[in-house]
Design a protein around this ligand. Structure first.
Ligand code: DQA
Length: 155
């Protein structure tokens, strides 16, 4: 089973961002944890980061509609600030979820406890589920969720 992990804008700077919201873990450390979990589950994992909305959209589309080698059993996505602004990303998620590929959205910070603009989650409306506010544990739990949903699809 192959899963896609997508990190959106500015997440390449983790480790240098506001520690109170995002903690100290770097993206490489988060990915290493996820890789460990994937190995334990006998799954493979591909992790990518982009600051570009269109690139994230194309990767999400490919997870369900791409060539065989691009297809994924599920997607774990931290959309960064695009979560609050991108209807286009939300549409892509909706189309992929409708196709039977689960998408779990994660946020390191608690987006419900920050500025009011961050409470508006356009992408979360389309996602299969959301985990927010638990630091790197958001990714770990999101990974467990996307694995469980992807397995359901195989039944
Ligand atoms: C974030 C939350 C967003 O509001 C913010 O723009 C980010 C990171 C998080 O993981 O907490 O860049 O997605």
């Amino acid at each position: 089973m192959k899963l896609l992990v997508l990190h959106g804008p500015n997440l390449n700077l983790l480790g240098h961002r506001d520690v109170a919201n995002y903690g100290k873990a770097t993206l490489q450390e988060i990915d290493a944890r996820l890789l460990d979990s994937a190995k334990r589950h006998g799954a493979t994992l591909e992790s990518r980061q982009s600051n570009c909305e269109g690139e994230l959209i194309s990767w999400i589309q490919q997870a369900a509609f791409g060539e065989d080698k691009q297809r994924m059993a599920g997607v774990l996505l931290n959309p960064g600030a695009y979560a609050h602004t991108s209807l286009a990303l939300a549409d892509a998620i909706e189309d992929v979820v409708r196709q039977g590929v689960p998408v779990i959205e994660v946020h390191l910070s608690n987006v419900h406890g920050r500025e009011p603009t961050r409470e508006r989650l356009l992408t979360a409306k389309a996602a299969s589920g959301v985990v927010s506010g638990l630091g790197p544990l958001s990714y770990d739990l999101g990974f467990e969720a996307v694995m469980a949903l992807a397995r359901e699809q195989l039944r």
